[in-house]
Ligand binder design. Structure first.
Ligand SMILES: Nc1ncnc2c1ncn2[C@@H]1O[C@H](COP(=O)(O)OP(=O)(O)OP(=O)(O)O)[C@@H](O)[C@H]1O
Length: 311
């Protein structure tokens, strides 16, 4: 019997090390991006996200380790990769005197099957500044143009470095929609972001990067669920028998009276646990005044793993 053909990963980074003088920016980083997915690289400032992405884009040569993009070497095979990969840099990327329509038409002309420039400009709400020189655009407008430049060639894979940094909420939302559309049309998207909600809303897979390494990977839900336990906070009369309640609940669940009449149940919280809890209350004549189930978010997990806030 023949082996099933394994699809070439869109991006494969192995043991990447990158230094700037004595600063180690990337410290043995491993990352695989499956084709057709949206992958978010999430990390605090200085974690090594941009350096990693720039190495994948072929702007930096790996000092140690290896990088493959669509199965190719980003530097040696740059010529082959250029028409297949779109790149949105964190800043700039356009000539200061050029205008959005000009830039996009120029890039489109270099590709075999580009997107329709007028439609793209309209889709990104860029009509009002499509003929303004790049240097006179606001930061957010430049950002939109960079995104348009990354995708106008209809790439198989796009790298977006902080695609919504500095955008107003409406522009951010329409960028999200565009990224979802790219994914629906089969484009692989690799983005870096500081925004937890962005990773949660868009990404199939999130890699949390800290100090130059991937320290956790998974779907946003898996990452949130893999961390500290969830809690149920409730209030009731002070001094209820927490030992008895704990005996009724699964072994790994803890119950504390954190202040008189205020209780916390910590553990794996699921509907069965809540049912057992309320049944115990009924049997013991305990009337709860408020019950609040707190689920851990990706943000909680991130803080727990890195000890850092994102900004
Ligand atoms: N050109 C450079 N010269 C010297 N050090 C650099 C250079 N670029 C980045 N660094 C350092 O390398 C480390 C990683 O930087 P990098 O920009 O890759 O991180 P990042 O995760 O993208 O950060 P941010 O979220 O702030 O953009 C940081 O300590 C940074 O100061």
């Amino acid at each position: 019997m023949s082996e099933p053909v394994r699809e070439v990963p869109a991006v494969e980074v192995r043991d990447l090390v990158m230094k700037y003088g004595s600063v180690t920016a990337v410290n043995g980083l491993n990352l695989t991006v499956e084709p057709g997915t949206v992958t978010a690289i999430l990390g605090p400032n200085g974690a090594g996200k941009t350096t990693t992405i720039e190495t994948c884009e072929g702007f930096r040569r790996p000092q140690s380790g290896s990088v493959r993009v669509l199965g190719l070497d980003p530097i040696a095979d740059a010529h082959q990769l250029r028409p297949r990969v779109g790149v949105m840099l964190q800043s700039g990327g356009a000539w200061s005197g050029s205008r959005a329509y000009e830039m996009l038409r120029h890039i489109a002309s270099l590709h075999a099957h580009p997107l329709d420039v007028d439609l793209l400009i309209e889709r990104l709400g860029m009509q009002s500044y499509g003929r303004t020189p790049y240097r006179r655009l606001s930061g957010g407008q430049q950002q939109r143009l960079s995104l348009a430049m990354a995708i106008v060639g209809r790439p198989e894979l796009v790298f977006l470095d902080e695609p919504t940094a500095g955008l107003d909420p409406q522009a951010r939302r329409s960028t999200w929609e565009l990224i979802s559309e790219l994914r629906s049309s089969g484009v692989t998207v690799v983005l870096t972001t500081h925004f937890m909600d962005e990773a949660e809303a868009l990404a199939d897979v999130v890699h949390i990067v800290d100090e130059g390494q991937v320290i956790a990977s998974g779907t946003p839900q898996e990452l949130a669920a893999s961390g500290a336990q969830n809690t149920v906070r409730f209030t009731a009369r002070p001094g209820i028998d927490v030992e008895s309640l704990m005996l009724a609940l699964p072994d790994d669940v803890k119950v504390d009276e954190v202040s008189p009449g205020s209780y916390v149940i910590a553990g794996h919280v699921d509907p069965a646990l809540l049912a057992t809890f309320t049944a115990w209350c009924a049997t013991h004549g305990v009337l709860t005044e408020s019950v609040l189930v707190e689920r851990q978010t990706l943000e909680d997990r991130f803080l727990e793993l890195t000890g850092k806030a994102l900004r």
